[in-house]
Design a protein around this ligand. Structure first.
Ligand code: ATP
Ligand code: MG
Length: 206
C-alpha cells in the first residue's frame, strides 16, 4: 500500500490543496492521500488565532466527500495536543505495516524542514514529495536541507491560492466560489466561519 500524507492547517481547505493531492496521487500511484488536519499546528498557533480543529476537519471532509483516493484524516485531532508530523508518521506506520509512506509538502515548506520536531524520525519513515507551488522556485533535490531525505520533486498546476488569502476574502466579503469546493463553502457558511461575510456576490445585496 502506498499512502500519501498531506498535512496542513486547512484554515480553510482550498483547491490548491486538493489539486496537489490528486496530482501527487496520480503521479506516484498512491492508493490514498490523507489530508491530515493539524490539531494545534505548532508553527501557527502562536502567530494568529486558528479556527477550531473540528471546524477545519468538517471543511476538509465536505471538500473530499465522494472523491476516490482522497480522505480527510482526524488522526492528529484524535491524538490531541500539539501536532507533530513525527508522531503522525509513526502512528500511520504502526497502523499500516509494510505500507510505503509519502509525505507531500508544498515547496514553501521544504526550506523549514530542518526546524521540525524529531525530523530524523520523519526522514527515515517517508519519501518526501516536494510539490512546486506558485511563487516559489522549483525544489532542488540536492539542497542542503534535503540531505539524507528520499525526495521526489513533482510539478503540479500552479494555483495562486492560499488559506491566508481566503481568510482575507471571507473577512471582507469577496467570493470564495471555485476557490473552495462548494460543499465546503456550505459548511463554512452554516458554521459562520471566517466572519459572517462569506456570502457570494449574488447574495450579498446592496
Ligand atoms: P496559510 O496561508 O494559512 O499558510 P496554506 O494555503 O499555505 O495556508 P496550509 O494548510 O498551510 O495551507 O498548507 C498545507 C500544505 O498544502 C502545505 O504543504 C502547503 O505547502 C500546501 N499548499 C498550500 N497551498 C497550496 C497551493 N496553492 N498549491 C499547492 N500546495 C499548496
Ligand atoms: Mg501555509
Amino acid at each position: 500500500m502506498r499512502i500519501g500524507i498531506l498535512g496542513g492547517t486547512f484554515d480553510p481547505v482550498h483547491v490548491g490543496h486538493l489539486v496537489g493531492a490528486v496530482n501527487a496521487r496520480h503521479l506516484l500511484h498512491l492508493d490514498t492521500v490523507l489530508l491530515v488536519v493539524a490539531n494545534e499546528p505548532w508553527q501557527k498557533v502562536e502567530a494568529r488565532p486558528v479556527t477550531p480543529a473540528s471546524d477545519r476537519l468538517a471543511l476538509v471532509e465536505a471538500a473530499v466527500a465522494g472523491h476516490p483516493g482522497i480522505e480527510a484524516s482526524s488522526l492528529e485531532i484524535d491524538r490531541g495536543g500539539v501536532s507533530y508530523t513525527a508522531d503522525t508518521v509513526a502512528e500511520l506506520a504502526g497502523r499500516h505495516p509494510g505500507a510505503e509512506l509519502f509525505l507531500l509538502v508544498g515547496a514553501d515548506v521544504v526550506s523549514g524542514l530542518d526546524t521540525w520536531e524529531r525530523v530524523e524520525q520523519v526522514r527515515s519513515g517517508v519519501t518526501l514529495v516536494a510539490m512546486s507551488r506558485p511563487g516559489t522556485a522549483p525544489v532542488d533535490e540536492r539542497a542542503d536541507v534535503l540531505r539524507g531525505w528520499r525526495v521526489v520533486s513533482i510539478e503540479i498546476p500552479a494555483l495562486e491560492i492560499s488559506s491566508t488569502d481566503l481568510r482575507a476574502r471571507a473577512a471582507d466579503g469577496r467570493p470564495l466560489d471555485f476557490l473552495v469546493p462548494e460543499p465546503a463553502i456550505r459548511v463554512l457558511r452554516a458554521r459562520r466561519l471566517y466572519a459572517d461575510t462569506t456570502m457570494d456576490s449574488s447574495s450579498s445585496g446592496c
